[in-house]
Design a protein around this ligand. Structure first.
Ligand SMILES: [Zn+2]
Length: 271
Protein backbone atom coordinates (compact mmCIF):
# COMPACT_ATOMS: atom_id res chain seq x y z
CA UNK A 1 0.00 0.00 0.00
CA UNK A 2 1.30 3.43 -0.91
CA UNK A 3 1.10 5.98 1.91
CA UNK A 4 1.29 9.49 0.53
CA UNK A 5 2.65 10.78 3.87
CA UNK A 6 5.69 8.49 3.52
CA UNK A 7 8.63 10.31 1.95
CA UNK A 8 10.03 7.05 0.61
CA UNK A 9 6.75 5.91 -0.95
CA UNK A 10 6.81 8.88 -3.32
CA UNK A 11 8.52 8.92 -6.70
CA UNK A 12 11.32 11.35 -7.40
CA UNK A 13 8.93 13.47 -9.45
CA UNK A 14 6.47 13.57 -6.56
CA UNK A 15 9.31 14.64 -4.27
CA UNK A 16 10.19 17.39 -6.75
CA UNK A 17 6.55 18.53 -6.71
CA UNK A 18 6.52 18.53 -2.89
CA UNK A 19 9.63 20.73 -2.82
CA UNK A 20 7.87 23.15 -5.15
CA UNK A 21 4.66 23.37 -3.12
CA UNK A 22 3.92 26.48 -1.10
CA UNK A 23 3.92 25.98 1.78
CA UNK A 24 6.19 22.96 1.65
CA UNK A 25 5.52 19.90 3.79
CA UNK A 26 7.63 19.48 6.92
CA UNK A 27 9.97 16.49 6.67
CA UNK A 28 10.12 14.21 9.72
CA UNK A 29 13.19 12.01 10.31
CA UNK A 30 12.41 9.43 13.02
CA UNK A 31 15.22 7.79 14.98
CA UNK A 32 14.57 5.18 17.64
CA UNK A 33 16.24 2.19 19.28
CA UNK A 34 16.18 -1.57 19.69
CA UNK A 35 16.65 -2.15 23.40
CA UNK A 36 15.28 -3.93 26.46
CA UNK A 37 11.90 -2.68 27.65
CA UNK A 38 11.35 -4.74 30.77
CA UNK A 39 10.34 -8.40 30.97
CA UNK A 40 6.94 -7.54 29.53
CA UNK A 41 7.58 -5.65 26.28
CA UNK A 42 9.32 -6.06 22.94
CA UNK A 43 12.71 -4.61 22.09
CA UNK A 44 10.90 -2.68 19.35
CA UNK A 45 8.95 -0.50 21.81
CA UNK A 46 10.67 2.82 21.05
CA UNK A 47 10.38 2.28 17.30
CA UNK A 48 6.77 1.08 17.62
CA UNK A 49 5.66 4.18 19.54
CA UNK A 50 7.52 6.47 17.14
CA UNK A 51 6.09 4.86 14.02
CA UNK A 52 2.57 4.49 15.42
CA UNK A 53 2.34 8.14 16.40
CA UNK A 54 3.98 9.50 13.25
CA UNK A 55 1.88 7.40 10.87
CA UNK A 56 -1.29 8.83 12.37
CA UNK A 57 0.20 12.34 12.29
CA UNK A 58 1.03 11.83 8.62
CA UNK A 59 -2.52 10.71 7.83
CA UNK A 60 -4.08 13.65 9.67
CA UNK A 61 -1.67 16.29 8.37
CA UNK A 62 -2.99 15.79 4.82
CA UNK A 63 0.16 16.56 2.92
CA UNK A 64 1.71 18.93 5.47
CA UNK A 65 4.04 16.22 6.79
CA UNK A 66 6.29 13.73 4.97
CA UNK A 67 7.84 10.99 7.07
CA UNK A 68 11.09 9.16 6.37
CA UNK A 69 11.59 5.52 7.34
CA UNK A 70 12.68 5.17 10.96
CA UNK A 71 16.39 4.93 11.68
CA UNK A 72 16.00 1.94 13.99
CA UNK A 73 19.19 2.12 16.10
CA UNK A 74 20.77 4.70 18.36
CA UNK A 75 23.15 5.23 21.25
CA UNK A 76 22.47 2.36 23.66
CA UNK A 77 25.77 1.30 25.22
CA UNK A 78 24.32 1.84 28.71
CA UNK A 79 21.68 -0.86 28.03
CA UNK A 80 24.10 -3.49 26.71
CA UNK A 81 23.94 -5.51 29.95
CA UNK A 82 20.41 -6.47 28.83
CA UNK A 83 20.31 -9.14 26.10
CA UNK A 84 19.21 -8.02 22.65
CA UNK A 85 20.09 -4.32 22.81
CA UNK A 86 21.75 -2.84 19.71
CA UNK A 87 24.07 0.11 20.17
CA UNK A 88 25.73 2.48 17.74
CA UNK A 89 28.37 4.83 19.14
CA UNK A 90 27.92 8.59 19.58
CA UNK A 91 30.09 9.67 16.66
CA UNK A 92 28.57 7.22 14.17
CA UNK A 93 24.98 8.01 15.17
CA UNK A 94 25.64 11.74 14.93
CA UNK A 95 27.35 11.46 11.54
CA UNK A 96 24.68 9.14 10.10
CA UNK A 97 21.73 11.20 11.31
CA UNK A 98 23.29 14.46 10.17
CA UNK A 99 23.91 13.06 6.68
CA UNK A 100 20.27 11.94 6.41
CA UNK A 101 19.05 15.42 7.40
CA UNK A 102 21.52 17.16 5.08
CA UNK A 103 20.42 14.90 2.18
CA UNK A 104 16.83 16.05 2.67
CA UNK A 105 17.91 19.69 2.81
CA UNK A 106 19.99 19.33 -0.35
CA UNK A 107 16.82 18.52 -2.30
CA UNK A 108 15.41 21.87 -1.25
CA UNK A 109 13.20 20.99 1.71
CA UNK A 110 13.39 23.94 4.04
CA UNK A 111 11.84 22.65 7.31
CA UNK A 112 13.10 19.38 8.78
CA UNK A 113 12.22 17.82 12.12
CA UNK A 114 14.34 15.07 13.63
CA UNK A 115 11.85 13.09 15.75
CA UNK A 116 13.49 11.08 18.49
CA UNK A 117 12.01 7.99 20.11
CA UNK A 118 14.78 7.08 22.56
CA UNK A 119 16.12 9.18 25.44
CA UNK A 120 19.83 8.78 24.85
CA UNK A 121 19.58 9.92 21.26
CA UNK A 122 18.35 13.34 22.37
CA UNK A 123 21.62 15.28 22.59
CA UNK A 124 22.78 13.64 19.36
CA UNK A 125 19.55 14.72 17.65
CA UNK A 126 20.06 18.28 18.90
CA UNK A 127 23.59 18.33 17.49
CA UNK A 128 22.56 16.75 14.17
CA UNK A 129 19.89 19.44 13.77
CA UNK A 130 22.44 22.14 14.57
CA UNK A 131 24.89 20.68 12.07
CA UNK A 132 22.24 20.55 9.36
CA UNK A 133 21.47 24.24 9.88
CA UNK A 134 25.17 25.10 9.78
CA UNK A 135 25.79 23.03 6.66
CA UNK A 136 22.67 23.94 4.64
CA UNK A 137 21.00 27.06 6.07
CA UNK A 138 17.67 25.25 6.25
CA UNK A 139 15.53 25.13 9.41
CA UNK A 140 16.21 21.82 11.15
CA UNK A 141 15.17 21.04 14.73
CA UNK A 142 14.99 18.05 17.06
CA UNK A 143 11.91 16.96 18.98
CA UNK A 144 10.21 13.84 20.29
CA UNK A 145 6.77 12.24 20.31
CA UNK A 146 7.64 9.93 23.23
CA UNK A 147 6.70 11.56 26.55
CA UNK A 148 9.11 9.30 28.43
CA UNK A 149 11.92 10.91 26.43
CA UNK A 150 10.66 14.45 27.01
CA UNK A 151 7.10 15.27 28.05
CA UNK A 152 7.14 18.94 26.89
CA UNK A 153 4.48 18.40 24.21
CA UNK A 154 1.95 16.72 26.54
CA UNK A 155 3.14 17.45 30.07
CA UNK A 156 -0.22 18.68 31.35
CA UNK A 157 -2.12 15.55 30.31
CA UNK A 158 0.65 13.17 31.38
CA UNK A 159 0.84 14.64 34.87
CA UNK A 160 -2.91 14.88 35.32
CA UNK A 161 -3.79 11.38 34.15
CA UNK A 162 -0.99 8.99 35.09
CA UNK A 163 -1.83 6.79 38.05
CA UNK A 164 1.57 5.55 39.21
CA UNK A 165 2.68 8.70 41.06
CA UNK A 166 6.25 10.01 41.34
CA UNK A 167 8.78 8.01 39.35
CA UNK A 168 6.15 6.16 37.33
CA UNK A 169 7.32 7.49 33.96
CA UNK A 170 10.90 6.84 32.84
CA UNK A 171 11.47 3.85 30.59
CA UNK A 172 9.36 0.76 29.84
CA UNK A 173 7.18 2.61 32.31
CA UNK A 174 3.54 3.50 32.87
CA UNK A 175 3.57 5.73 29.80
CA UNK A 176 5.44 3.47 27.35
CA UNK A 177 3.53 0.38 28.45
CA UNK A 178 0.22 2.21 28.06
CA UNK A 179 1.19 3.40 24.58
CA UNK A 180 2.04 -0.18 23.60
CA UNK A 181 -1.22 -1.48 25.10
CA UNK A 182 -2.97 0.95 22.75
CA UNK A 183 -0.80 0.40 19.66
CA UNK A 184 0.43 -3.21 19.87
CA UNK A 185 -1.17 -5.07 22.81
CA UNK A 186 0.10 -8.36 21.34
CA UNK A 187 3.66 -7.24 22.14
CA UNK A 188 2.87 -6.62 25.84
CA UNK A 189 2.68 -9.35 28.49
CA UNK A 190 0.93 -7.42 31.29
CA UNK A 191 1.24 -10.12 34.00
CA UNK A 192 5.02 -9.57 33.78
CA UNK A 193 4.79 -5.76 34.07
CA UNK A 194 6.42 -4.47 37.28
CA UNK A 195 6.77 -1.35 39.34
CA UNK A 196 10.55 -0.79 39.31
CA UNK A 197 11.39 2.73 40.48
CA UNK A 198 15.14 2.59 41.04
CA UNK A 199 15.85 6.06 39.71
CA UNK A 200 17.61 8.47 42.04
CA UNK A 201 15.69 11.36 43.50
CA UNK A 202 18.03 13.99 44.93
CA UNK A 203 17.78 17.71 45.53
CA UNK A 204 19.44 18.66 42.23
CA UNK A 205 18.91 15.51 40.23
CA UNK A 206 15.85 13.41 39.71
CA UNK A 207 14.21 11.41 37.02
CA UNK A 208 10.62 12.28 37.58
CA UNK A 209 9.33 14.55 34.91
CA UNK A 210 7.56 17.33 36.82
CA UNK A 211 10.82 18.21 38.57
CA UNK A 212 13.77 19.13 36.37
CA UNK A 213 17.36 18.09 37.04
CA UNK A 214 20.15 20.63 37.42
CA UNK A 215 22.58 18.41 35.53
CA UNK A 216 22.54 15.72 32.84
CA UNK A 217 23.84 12.26 33.70
CA UNK A 218 23.23 8.76 32.45
CA UNK A 219 24.34 5.65 34.35
CA UNK A 220 24.67 2.05 33.21
CA UNK A 221 21.15 0.72 33.48
CA UNK A 222 22.03 -2.54 35.18
CA UNK A 223 23.35 -0.50 38.13
CA UNK A 224 19.92 0.73 39.16
CA UNK A 225 17.26 -1.27 37.28
CA UNK A 226 16.89 -4.99 37.88
CA UNK A 227 14.12 -5.54 35.30
CA UNK A 228 15.04 -2.99 32.64
CA UNK A 229 12.17 -0.82 33.84
CA UNK A 230 12.37 2.68 35.27
CA UNK A 231 8.85 3.48 36.39
CA UNK A 232 5.57 1.80 37.11
CA UNK A 233 4.72 -0.47 34.20
CA UNK A 234 2.05 -2.22 36.28
CA UNK A 235 0.00 1.01 36.45
CA UNK A 236 -0.42 1.19 32.65
CA UNK A 237 -3.83 0.93 31.01
CA UNK A 238 -4.85 0.97 27.34
CA UNK A 239 -7.18 3.90 28.11
CA UNK A 240 -4.26 6.02 29.31
CA UNK A 241 -2.35 4.94 26.21
CA UNK A 242 -5.15 6.00 23.90
CA UNK A 243 -5.48 9.34 25.67
CA UNK A 244 -1.74 10.03 25.39
CA UNK A 245 -1.68 8.85 21.77
CA UNK A 246 -4.57 11.13 20.77
CA UNK A 247 -3.22 14.25 22.45
CA UNK A 248 0.30 13.62 21.09
CA UNK A 249 -0.96 13.25 17.51
CA UNK A 250 -3.15 16.34 17.74
CA UNK A 251 -0.37 18.51 19.16
CA UNK A 252 2.42 17.18 16.95
CA UNK A 253 0.48 18.05 13.78
CA UNK A 254 -0.07 21.52 15.23
CA UNK A 255 3.64 21.75 16.13
CA UNK A 256 4.69 20.79 12.59
CA UNK A 257 2.39 23.37 11.03
CA UNK A 258 3.71 26.05 13.37
CA UNK A 259 7.30 24.96 12.75
CA UNK A 260 7.06 25.54 9.01
CA UNK A 261 6.05 29.17 9.55
CA UNK A 262 9.57 29.88 10.87
CA UNK A 263 11.04 32.15 8.20
CA UNK A 264 14.46 31.66 6.62
CA UNK A 265 15.94 35.12 6.87
CA UNK A 266 19.08 36.15 5.00
CA UNK A 267 22.34 36.23 6.95
CA UNK A 268 24.32 39.46 6.97
CA UNK A 269 28.09 39.62 7.12
CA UNK A 270 29.08 42.48 9.47
CA UNK A 271 32.83 42.27 8.88
ZN1 LIG B 1 11.56 3.23 25.42
Amino acid sequence: MKHTYRYDHLTWKEIRDAVGRQPQPVIAIPIGAVEDHGPHMALSTDNDILEGVLAECGRRAQGDLLILPTIPFGLDEHHMDFPGTITVDIQTTLAYLTQVAVSVARHGFTHILIVNGHGSNQSICDLAARDCVIKTGMICAATTVNAAVDPSLVRDVLDAERRGGPGSVGHACEYETAMMLHLHPERVDMPLARRDVGQLKLKYFNWDHPEPSAYAWQDWWSRFSSEGIAGDAAAATPEFGKRMFDVTVERFVELAREFRTIPIRPRRDHH
